[in-house]
Design a protein around this ligand. Structure first.
Ligand code: RFL
Ligand code: PHB
Length: 391
């Protein structure tokens, strides 16, 4: 098999890249380890930056998102029994976010690619990548019981944190920057209407909690937990008791309960590799960087990467110009590090760090009070949360 761009992974990065390339007449094949049903049903992110929404809309995949997604103009920070609203439009010159589940974005992208005759090979894991330094890299993949080869001009490694493309890069080329946090998030899906019109980020001595939403009938709630904990240790009654305690507000506001239909535990880490490229292999999205979910940046960074990569590839295939590809890593890493800082900062401000002494706890409280009382500090949060403009 042969194509121009061999894409490993049908997550947001791989699917959107394939779509953007197709619009410019460039061919690609996507190899995806999981089934279509799995890809289209796994619950992950929910917050889309304004720039992500604009890109999906302007390239023809925004119709369902505009209909079913919910535009939010602010979030609430909650601590010491009180809520403080951060208003996005007034602090960012009119920008906002859209709540629309990642798997819905994936459904839209899979459909638009397949309708256009695009090739997405599901249940087809890539095994390794050869000849990265030459002109004709090759992806070896498993198809049923056979190993086959996809030869291409360029490989896009869009296979997430645990994929094979990053590990195909020879030792000594990449520098890894890693930070693990001493907590994870227990996430639940709850049937029922939202308890509040906007997301609530709560800082509490018992730990962080987040009330988010997926639709008018499905809520997504999180509580900070031990990263090594297991969902079996969290019967529904314990989850509700922690959520009520951490989201408590003095004015009598109450979180609405409903049937819990799914539970999972997510570890929290920050991770970046530099550079995001080697030879003809370009890494995008979680394959190159991870952020803790507190800033809601992961999916949006994946989108920002492939926006840059698609532009550089279009230039390369139409004029032979390599400038954009050579600058790919440095261009992306500027936004990546900004998002890494924001995600780390939100995480540090809102979570309970078991090892913190009283001094550090006092600093954390001072930071929270500053963010909700200074327009400049609130604007810093708001402009990062809605997403800085693309460069
Ligand atoms: P993905 O989504 O992990 O997709 C990679 C795809 O590659 C496939 N794959 C392979 N395919 C072929 N061969 C192999 N050898 C392969 N190995 C892997 C996988 O099956 C998969 O389909 O990476 P991508 O495209 O870079 O997208 C990244 C985002 O998915 C991720 O950053 C976000 O979900 C992070 N995230 C959030 N991001 C946001 O922007 N806003 C949010 O509100 C938000 N909330 C979250 C989140 C992530 C969470 N979890 C579960 C970590 C909330 C949570 C709880
Ligand atoms: C979500 O809805 O899953 C979500 C929202 C905001 C975050 C993280 C996750 O910061």
């Amino acid at each position: 098999m042969r194509t121009q761009v061999g894409i490993i992974g049908a997550g947001p990065a791989g699917l959107l890249l394939s779509h953007l390339l197709h619009r410019a007449g460039i061919e690609s094949v996507i190899l995806e380890a999981r089934s279509r049903t799995d890809v289209e049903s796994t619950i992950r992110a929910g917050v889309l930056e304004q720039g992500t929404v604009d890109l999906l809309t302007s390239t023809g995949v925004g119709e369902r998102m505009r209909r079913d997604g919910a535009v939010h103009h602010g979030i609430e920070l909650r601590f010491d029994g009180r809520g403080h609203r951060i208003d996005f439009p007034t602090l960012t010159g009119g920008r906002a976010i859209t709540l629309y589940a990642q798997h819905e974005v994936l459904r839209d992208l899979v459909k638009v690619r397949l309708d256009a005759g695009g090739q997405i090979l599901f249940d087809t894991p890539a095994v390794d990548v050869d000849d990265l330094d030459g002109h004709c890299p090759a992806i070896r993949f498993r198809s049923g019981s056979r190993i086959e080869t996809l030869t291409c001009d360029v490989v896009a490694g869009c296979d997430g944190f645990r994929g094979v493309s990053r590990t195909a890069i020879p030792d000594g080329v990449l520098t890894e920057h890693v930070r693990a946090y001493p907590f994870g998030w227990l996430g639940v899906l709850v049937e029922g209407p939202p308890s509040a019109p906007e997301l609530i980020y709560a800082s509490h001595p018992r730990g962080f909690a987040l009330a988010s939403t997926r639709s008018p009938t499905l809520q997504r709630l999180y509580v900070q937990c031990d990263p090594a904990d297991e969902v079996e240790n969290w019967p529904d009654a314990r989850i509700w008791s922690e959520l009520h305690a951490r989201l408590q507000r003095d004015d009598g506001w109450r979180l609405a309960e409903g049937p819990i239909v799914q539970k999972d535990i997510v570890p929290m880490r920050s991770f970046v590799v530099e550079p995001m490229q080697h030879g003809r292999l370009f890494l995008a999205g979680d394959a190159a960087h991870i952020v803790p979910p507190t800033g809601a940046k992961g999916l949006n960074l994946a989108v920002a990467d492939v926006r840059v990569l698609s532009g550089a590839l279009i230039e390369f295939f139409t004029s032979g110009e390599r400038g954009g590809l050579d600058a790919y890593s440095a261009t992306c890493l500027r936004r990546v590090w900004r998002a890494e800082h924001f995600s780390w900062w939100m995480t540090a401000m809102l979570h309970h760090f078991p090892e913190d002494d009283r001094f550090l706890q006092k600093l954390q409280q001072a930071q929270l009070h500053y963010v909700v009382s200074s327009r400049a500090a609130a604007a810093t949060l708001a402009e990062n949360y809605v997403g800085l403009p693309f460069q």
